[in-house]
Design a protein. Structure first.
Length: 321
């Protein structure tokens, strides 16, 4: 595949030297998808433990009504200090793959840099569990986190919800649910290259039929897994695809970023603009030359460092640090 002419030179050099693994999701059967999940889990299990003082604990907490309990992975600084800010985190994976463990290093970094408590939710995946199962799991985990604030040492007035890619879309949807169900109170939303719009009609969703990571076909696969034949229909609710929300007022302040060279570019830009128009204080970053997830895949690039630093700075402001 020829790379886009706008690809950042440092990112280009990195992926030419060490090509990224390719998972052709659209051509997979769902049985093969299980194989990819197993490979990811095996890789994570074989990884050496992180050299950190951050305490990591798994718990099973009440799920949505009539559904199984939900696993959450809790990351806490050493010590028993109360009143810490909190980040409730939702992992990515196109709605079809991923576990909280894929973001262990990221969560440890946030805890070490911000002194916060992080709680990452292991939501059910599509297509076995289509909408509303994933977002309802995410909401149930958020409800538990808010209720357990005292036990976890969390200041409930400084609770942020965040996620990346599909997790960013689920984070936006979870925040919408929290507003519409009267809680929990969310102080901030951190939406990293979020997956927001099942309709796939924006210019960027067509432009990147080929992409370094997560092209149009993969995006259609992910949305179809979540919504089936409803994908793109008029009755898709905003809790499945937050870009469908017609009322964005009353939501917490937001930070949104996205790469120039990805299918989500235009839907993310539009969501940020509509949040601002609805009176929601919103910070938006469009990273020229970046592809989907490039900051995690090429972490030493200057562009990646800038993106990560901007997110930490935004959380510091939200947490009043």
């Amino acid at each position: 595949m020829a790379h886009h002419p706008n690809l950042d030179p440092e990112l280009r050099a990195a992926i030419e030297q060490s090509p990224l693994p390719v998972f052709d999701l659209p051509s997979m059967t769902y049985e093969e998808l299980d194989g990819i999940r197993a490979q990811i889990n095996a890789f994570l299990s074989a990884a050496p433990p992180a050299d950190t003082d951050v305490m990591i604990e798994d718990r099973h907490v009440p799920g949505p009504d009539g559904a199984p309990d939900v696993r959450v992975r809790i990351y806490r600084p050493a010590g028993e200090v109360q009143g810490r800010p909190a980040l409730y985190w939702i992992h990515g994976g196109g709605m079809v793959i991923g576990t909280p463990e894929i973001d262990d290093a990221l969560m440890i970094g946030y805890v070490e840099q911000l002194g916060c408590v992080a709680v990452s939710v292991d939501y059910r995946l599509a297509p076995e569990h289509p909408h509303p199962a994933p977002v309802e799991d995410c909401y149930a985990g958020l409800v538990w986190t808010a209720k357990a604030a005292g036990e976890l040492g969390i200041d409930p007035t400084r609770l942020a919800v965040g996620g990346a890619s599909a997790g960013g879309g689920l984070a936006a949807a979870t925040v919408l649910l929290a507003r519409d169900r009267g809680g929990p109170d969310v102080a901030f939303q951190l939406l990293i290259c979020p997956m927001l719009d099942d309709r796939n009609i924006t210019p960027s969703s067509h432009e990147f039929a080929e992409a370094v990571v997560w092209d149009r076909a993969a995006n259609l696969f992910g949305w179809t897994a979540l919504l089936g034949d409803r994908m793109g229909a008029d009755d898709v609710p905003p809790y499945a695809a937050p870009a469908r929300a017609t009322d964005l007022s009353g939501l917490p302040p937001a930070f949104i970023d996205v790469g120039e060279l990805e299918v989500f570019r235009d839907e993310d830009l539009d969501y940020a603009l509509r949040l601002s128009r609805a009176g929601v204080s919103t910070e938006f970053h469009l990273y020229a030359g970046a592809f989907h997830g490039s900051d995690g895949m090429v972490p030493d690039a200057e562009l990646s460092k800038r993106a990560r630093a901007a997110r930490v700075a935004a959380l510091k402001r939200a947490y009043r640090l």
